[in-house]
Design a protein around this ligand. Sequence first.
Ligand SMILES: *Cc1c(COP(=O)(O)O)cnc(C)c1O
Length: 217
Amino acid sequence: MPIKDNLKQIKESLPPHVKLVAVSKTKPKEDIMEAYEAGQRLFGENKIQEMTEKYGVLPKDIQWHMIGHIQRNKVKYMAEYVSLIHGVDSLKLLKEINKQAKKHNRVIPCLLQIHIAEEDTKFGFDENDLNELIASDDMHQLTNIKIVGLMGMATFTNNSQQIKKEFKQLKGLFEKTRMSLPDLSELSMGMSGDYEIAIEEGSTMIRVGSSIFGARN
Ligand SMILES: *Cc1c(COP(=O)(O)O)cnc(C)c1O
């Protein structure tokens, strides 16, 4: 189906409180424009360089979300424009985002990535690291970042019970963390294969690529 029809179908199925991030990584700007013309404004990319190139040539009212793993030395390239960083997985990275945001007089909204999957390859804090970070003074001294939520990726599996369990765990942690960080409002979970489960389990933001733009090479 054409991109705009995929988008329409997904959007119509979403409850009103769930935001759709269209994951356009590896896709050409023509594809992004097709989604843009259908009204989509939130786009997600997983490489800073690719996102910055697209930012340079595409309409300025697009909100760019960085959803991938981040190298600290590249934060400077997106600090001017990025609208939400999903994959924050260390205090060191938060400090770098803070430093670069300051140069542009911005406060950059960030999500803390939580490790919920079985695979070792997925980045993120575990519950103990998260609690330690929140309890430390360090984080609260960073005035140019704002933690607005949590993000997680479920195990890549067909076992929907397992996916459900992992999302439930993340939602539980989100509710707990909210008691000490009341500004927490976004829970980024769910991709093409599992966003329906994620929404049932309390997602407020889904990141969908292939179901909108087709399979990636
Ligand atoms: C690529 C990617 C997505 C989108 O994946 P699809 O399966 O194509 O929907 C979502 N989140 C992250 C972090 C990604 O890297």
